[in-house]
Write a protein that binds this ligand. Structure first.
Ligand code: RNT
Ligand code: ZN
Length: 421
């Protein structure tokens, strides 16, 4: 598509929206201010760069597919991520996991990792004008093979993971200090039981104790913020997950921590969009892991589906863009991994654009039950407005390919770089 056509189409789209009282320029300005946190782990199937990588056994995570060209080194991963960022409009963040440190020839166990192991990432991020978020890696390790980490009954194992998370928070704070804006540190643990447990209380009491010990060390929220990610079940933890939604809700709200809601971590018909207005009155912020579960928490690439649209609409209607951190979380190894990042990120941004193109006052006025038919009709009408033309113009302004033209660049990169791996 040539720029002149995009601009022309945009200008007629702008008029269509204006007729409905919607200012497309304002919406684009707001979209420009949103940063997504792009998960590095899509680039190498949650592998990491440790010398003794543990594999995902016992983690409840499954990556399927064997598409060639995955990143094998930190340089390859950075190059792949830079390529992805070049095709996503806007300024975004990079989400790291502790297993992606640069440990050189040494074996550095998880309870000994230091800020220095992430300096390379910091330098790269600075050059790329990206901010960093961070995650403790409480899986893919022999000490996580039992399926229990922070709630392990074995004191040594529990202590090991407590120390690991303490190291990670220190790293996050150091990153935040360097980048002069908070680094979000998320904790997800696989802990749980495949079959009927008999002591749910015991495991949860241990998790509570471990978390309290971890958070004894305080950091400035200007440097780092903590979030806790709940889950309903995992492969191998079907009967019991220690860090369930209720557990972390209680914990986060009583300790002033952020709750992380992953779209794949709830009952399939449960709406994460609905949870926002239920949590924000009690909590300053929320972290979202945008994912797409197909029949289970399968971590498929995010698409612009109803779930994403509903979630984006709810974020915007809540006037909570500054209180909600949006991260992506999926891993598909069956296709070009850079394309997976780009497609997912662009889909989320499109969802947000659609939400920003909603006339807020007007839709609120239509909320009363007596106006249901008018409300539904209006929302249906909004769906047919030409948001694609606004999106393409946004891409143009951001110097990234419009429509599906980014695909050509992903394919060229595959021929030029990935196919040689
Ligand atoms: C697992 C959680 C968690 C992980 C990443 C790798 O079910 O969603 O967020 O996907 O930390
Ligand atoms: Zn997640």
């Amino acid at each position: 598509m040539d720029p002149a056509t995009i601009e022309k189409t945009y200008s007629s789209a702008r008029d269509r929206y204006a007729e409905r009282g919607i200012d497309t320029e304002k919406a684009l300005g707001r979209l420009q201010a949103i940063s997504l946190s792009l998960h590095c782990w899509q680039g190498d199937d949650v592998g990491g760069f440790e010398r003794h990588a543990g594999g995902l056994a016992g983690s409840g995570l499954q990556v399927t597919g064997a598409y060639p060209g995955k990143a094998r080194t930190v340089d390859e991963l950075r190059s792949d991520m830079a390529q992805a960022f070049a095709l996503i409009p806007g300024r975004h963040r990079v989400n790291l996991h502790a297993m992606y440190g640069e440990f050189g020839e040494k074996t550095v166990d998880r309870n000994a990792i230091e800020p220095e192991h992430f300096r390379g990432w910091e330098e790269w991020a600075r050059r790329q004008n990206l901010k960093i978020d961070f995650n403790a890696t409480c899986f893919a390790h022999p000490k996580a093979a039992s399926g229990y980490t922070l709630s392990s009954r074995e004191n040594d194992t529990r202590k090991f993971w407590i120390d690991h998370v303490k190291c990670c928070r220190k790293i996050a704070a150091s990153i935040g200090r360097e980048q002069q804006t908070a680094c979000l540190h998320n904790i997800w643990i696989p802990d749980g039981s495949k079959d009927v447990p008999t002591d749910r209380w015991g495991a949860r009491a241990l998790l509570l104790k471990s978390l309290d010990e971890i958070f004894e060390v305080e950091y400035s929220p200007q440097q780092m913020k903590d979030s806790l990610e709940s889950k309903l079940f995992g492969i191998g933890s079907e009967s019991f997950v220690v860090g369930s939604h209720e557990f972390y809700m209680g914990y986060a709200l009583t300790r002033g921590k952020i709750i992380c809601l992953d779209l794949g971590h709830f009952h399939p018909t449960e709406s994460v969009a609905d949870k926002i207005s239920a949590i924000l009155p009690f909590s300053g912020e929320i972290l979202l892991h945008i994912s797409r579960g197909v029949r289970w928490d399968s971590d498929h690439i995010v698409l612009l589906n109803d779930e994403v649209r509903d979630l984006a609409a709810e974020i915007v209607r809540s006037q909570a863009l500054d209180r909600i951190h949006i991260a992506l979380d999926y891993f598909d190894a069956s296709l070009n991994r850079i394309g997976a990042w780009v497609l997912g990120a662009r889909s989320v941004l499109k969802g947000l654009l659609i939400a920003l193109l909603e006339p807020q006052e007007k839709v609120k006025e239509l909320d009363p039950g007596s106006r249901t038919l008018r409300r539904l009709s209006f929302l249906e009408e909004l769906k047919t407005l030409p948001f694609g033309a606004v999106w393409d113009d946004y891409c143009l302004r951001n110097g990234v390919p419009p429509a599906d033209e980014w695909l050509r660049e992903v394919e060229a990169y595959e021929r030029r770089v990935l196919s040689r791996r």
